[in-house]
Every structure is written in C-alpha cells, then in structure tokens.
Design a protein around this ligand. Sequence first.
Ligand code: IPE
Ligand code: IPE
Ligand code: MG
Length: 250
Amino acid sequence: MSFFSKFFGGLFSQQPLTKALPHHVGIIMDGNGRWANKRGLPRIFGHTKGVDSVRLIVKLAQETGLRYLTLYAFSYENWRRPDEEVSGLLGLIRKHLAQELDELHKNEVCVRIIGERDKLPKDIQKLIQTAEEKTAENTKLTLVIALSYSSRQEIISAAKKLIAQVEKEKMNLEDINEETFSQHLHTHGIPDPDLIIRTSGEKRLSNFLLWQSAYSELYFSPLHWPEFSREEFIRALDFYGSRQRRYGRV
Ligand code: IPE
Ligand code: IPE
Ligand code: MG
C-alpha cells in the first residue's frame, strides 16, 4: 500500500499533506460526450453528470490541501461544436457559476477565470467578474476555471502586450524573459501546474497551459470525466508521489 493510499485509506484528515503533494493540479476534464453516448443518452447528459465530478474534485482539493486547482471546462476550439451543445454547456456554466459562488466563498476559495472572455455572453462575463471580485481575497484554494481558453491565444496575447510596451518605450527588449513573459499570461501570479490529469484515455494537451506545463507531470486516466472518483484522484496523487522531478538536472 502506498503512502497516499494509506493516508487516504480512512477518512480524509484535516491536516494537509506535506510530502510530495502537488501544489497545483490541472485537469483536462474529458469524455463527457462518450460517457453519455455509451449509455444511449445525448451528450449534454454527460456534461450535466460531469458537474458532479467538478464538485467532487473541488472538495477533494480542499481536503487534500491543494493550493491551486485548474479545471479545463471549455476550450476556444470548443466554440466549433454544434450550437446546441455550446448553448447547453454555457447554460451549465451560467447556472453553476451563480449557484456555487456562496459556498465557494464560505470555504475561502478564490475563483479565477482564464481564457478569451470577450467571446463569452455578456451575462456570463458579468458573473465571472462578480465571482472574481467577491472571492479575490480568499487564500485557502485558488480555483482556476479555463473557459473559452486557448493557450496559444494566451501566448500570442502576452507577446502583443510585451511588444506594445517595448514600442511605447516602457520596457527594454532585454527585459523580456521567462519571468516577465509569465507575468503577461492569463495565469500571472499562479505557479505552474505540478500535475496535469487528463481523463478519457486521450493522451494530448489540446491547447491547455502549454507554456505553464513545461515541467508538469502528466497523468492519463482511462475513466471518463463523469466517472472520475476519489480513488482515481488518489491514484493520480500516488503517481505524482512516485515521480522524480529533475528539471534537466541529473
Ligand atoms: C469534455 O467532454 C467536456 C468539454 C470538452 C466541454 P467532451 O465533450 O469532450 O466529451 P468527449 O470527449 O466527446 O467524449
Ligand atoms: C479538451 O477536450 C477541452 C476540455 C476538456 C474542455 P476536447 O474534447 O475539446 O479535446 P480534443 O478535441 O479531443 O483534443
Ligand atoms: Mg473530448
């Protein structure tokens, strides 16, 4: 039995782990549509069921003492899906952003949204602003939700902001480095993810945190997102705990 399995064997302790625990976990929540189709249901049922897994992972993140949890909820490329599916997904996002806010705030969770928010409907933009403002001072867990998110767009936009500053002579070309570049990404102030989990058996990043994942450990789960469980989260943490992170050194 591994360290984590033993630890999580009984009830979760209120004490956060200190040994080889990731500070920041990113999750590519994939497989909702296939989960539903396998059961002869429309894809939206999978997305609705996926919300339960979101609630579970937020709870587990808090119990484990993670500092940052980033959830990939809707990609920039997902705008290409049929209108019906896009509006179904936006409906779930709208409903749950509003519904869960008080509970998240009560639990001292800081909410941040990354992505191309100009493309989102105005009322969702407003909900995002409210959620971010209300929870800005919370320090227990930072919950980052990637919505309308494209890492390539994020990188291009950082490059444009830096170029504009150099043109206005507010910055020297020599001052563009990894640190200043990171400060212009949507994730500014958030440490890079230590562990990225992708569900549904797909082994790709699909435009998620490309810059930030340079040294992340990757865990691919065969489970579809609606079936994600406490046990699978423990397996991912076990996997992480068994990694040796070398960052190019020997
Ligand atoms: C993940 O599930 C949720 C989103 C991308 C919004 P999918 O909708 O991609 O489900 P599959 O991968 O088609 O099964
Ligand atoms: C990635 O899943 C985006 C989210 C989980 C929100 P996709 O289902 O969109 O990715 P691909 O198309 O299989 O790469
Ligand atoms: Mg998918």
